[in-house]
Write a protein that binds this ligand. Structure first.
Ligand code: SAM
Length: 288
């Protein structure tokens, strides 16, 4: 079927050469060349014809096409202007796709979504440029967007850190951040061979199901405490919090932790999101 064209390495090579396109390593350009993975990503994102999808970095439009065939509308933000004429050619026939030229980290996502997508929870789907994975996830979570889920290809090691639970070697501030906003789940492990050019590292697709009701806590205070707790991984929680510069004396911190039944000598990597919430609700205001 014609729809399979964009998956084909031969077609990708042809179209890139037609437009004289050169891959940019610094823009994290590793394009998908495997129809099965493209389909699996769209399946794991549960895209139906009622959904509005935000894609980050459409490349030549391979994943975009699969999303367009399933969704009501796809809004895709691409930074590389050299890809725009290619996207015109590859996706021109889909009238439910809109490409916006810009840097996802700089555009006003709230405004874009309000203007271009229905006022319904949006599903984010992307094969992310890996050099900006964390800033993109942070922006998506912290903006006031009505998101349903985020299904993204990332470095395998980053996916494992996002999904990690307390006590494991991968658990850190990124895990707390992601688990605060969502329920993360690695949904596909992806070999290097499905990309052109082939990257050196393995990848995984992670699904972040966005929590409808966020914990009732002062977010700035919560994340300051998380940052402080993980700032010196080998320190006990009591030492990490009392030497971070919050200007709360050690005795107060110790008593607060004991009242919460949290051992002062515990290390940050053993604390759950709920523990951090309890701590941030109980400590006096931070002097930051
Ligand atoms: N979706 C395509 C695919 O799967 O074949 C391409 C994925 S490629 C890993 C990442 C894409 O993100 C590239 O097209 C790159 O130009 C684009 N990109 C890089 N940085 C970006 C940014 N800050 N904002 C928007 N797009 C960006």
């Amino acid at each position: 079927m014609e729809n399979n064209r964009l998956y084909s390495p031969k077609y990708i090579k042809e179209i890139l050469s037609k437009y004289g396109f050169k891959f940019s390593k610094s823009l994290g350009q590793n394009f998908l060349i495997d129809g099965n993975i493209v389909r699996k990503i769209a399946e794991k994102a549960d895209i139906t014809d009622e959904d509005c999808v935000l894609e980050i970095g459409p490349g030549i439009g391979t994943l975009t096409e699969e999303l367009a065939l399933r969704a009501k509308k796809v809004l895709a933000i691409e930074l590389d202007k050299d890809l725009l004429p290619i996207l015109d050619e590859t996706l021109g026939k889909y009238n439910n796709v809109e490409i916006v030229h810009g840097d996802v980290l700089k555009v006003d996502l709230e405004k874009l979504i309000e203007e271009k997508l229905d006022n319904k929870p949006v599903k984010v789907v992307a094969n992310l440029p890996y050099y900006v994975t964390t800033p993109i996830i942070t922006k998506l979570m912290e903006s006031d967007l009505n998101l349903d889920s985020i299904v993204v290809m990332v470095q395998k090691e980053v996916a494992e850190r996002m999904e990690a639970k307390p006590g494991g070697k991968d658990y850190g501030s990124l895990s707390v951040f992601v688990n605060f906003y969502s329920l993360p789940e690695i949904v596909i492990n992806v070999p290097k061979t499905v990309f052109m050019p082939q990257p050196k590292i393995d990848s995984a697709v992670i699904k972040l199901n966005i929590k409808k009701d966020l914990p009732d806590v002062d977010k700035d205070k919560f994340f300051q405490i998380v940052k402080a707790a993980f700032s010196k991984r080998r320190k006990t929680l009591l030492n990490a919090l009392s030497t971070y510069g919050f200007n709360i004396d050690k005795k107060t911190i110790k008593e607060t932790l004991e009242k919460l039944n949290i051992k002062p000598e515990i290390r940050a990597e053993n604390l759950s999101v709920e523990d951090f919430i309890k701590i941030s609700k109980s400590l006096p205001p931070l002097d930051i």
